[in-house]
Design a protein around this ligand. Structure first.
Ligand code: FMN
Length: 205
């Protein structure tokens, strides 16, 4: 059983702690240590959740990429809000985040898109993510068309790009013996001001 007493975030920057836990997970998880459950909510209050990959961060936000016409994107654009949960089974740890969401600047999405393998870049052109698909053949035909249109160096589709989640709450959960887990919640002193600094609160498991 993991020793929960080893975990003490006092005085730490939550993003540095996020980096440290992710770096450990990169050597212990069997795949996709950067996979997170992303929760969105529709304007009339229905939640939905799906997995995306964290592909970077800045000093205030985590970055992920998707299709801007997808269900998640329409909910993100409509509400500007999201939650995330990352669970690393190999480490028995979880991180949860809640915050505002905005699209990444075009030049950041361009740079990330250009770093992707050719097939993934073509896939972004071919997929009308979250729209009904009549048959697998239709998707393959769209892939072939995108390959013909862009035999090399496809540009980023205008309907594909990144978001940044700017958390005002980040909770670190560490497994403890007899389910006496350790939980620390970082909350921004002023929720819409990332520069306001963090209050840290230990929570009952
Ligand atoms: C391990 C894993 C990683 C994924 N990464 C992404 C991602 O980074 N971006 C993305 O748009 N979808 C990703 N997906 C697919 C989404 O979970 C989801 O099926 C898709 O984005 C459509 O969601 P939506 O209809 O709610 O918009 C991933 C799925 C899995 C299982």
């Amino acid at each position: 059983m993991t020793d929960a007493s080893a975990f003490d975030p006092t005085g730490k920057d939550p993003f540095a702690l996020f980096d440290a836990w992710l770096a450990e997970a990169e050597s212990t998880e069997i795949n996709d240590p950067n996979a997170v459950a992303l929760a969105t909510v529709s304007p009339d209050g229905w939640p939905s959740v799906r997995v995306v990959l964290i592909k970077g961060r800045d000093d205030k936000a985590l970055h992920f990429y998707t299709n801007y016409t997808s269900r998640k994107a329409s909910e993100l654009d409509a509400t500007g809000r999201a939650g995330m949960s990352i669970h690393w089974k190999s480490l028995r740890r979880q991180i949860r985040l809640v915050g505002q969401v905005e699209r990444l600047p075009d030049h950041v999405s361009d740079e990330y898109y250009a770093s992707r393998p050719y097939g993934s870049r073509i896939g972004a052109w071919a997929s009308k993510q979250s729209q009904p698909l009549a048959s697998r053949e239709d998707l393959i035909a769209r892939v072939s068309q995108a390959e013909a249109d862009y035999p090399d160096n496809p540009p980023r589709p205008p309907f594909w790009g990144g978001y940044r989640l700017i958390p005002h709450e980040i909770e670190f959960w560490h497994d403890g013996a007899s389910r006496l887990h350790d939980r620390f919640c970082f909350r921004l002193k002023t929720p819409d001001q990332p520069a306001s600094g963090w209050d840290i609160q230990r929570l009952y498991p």
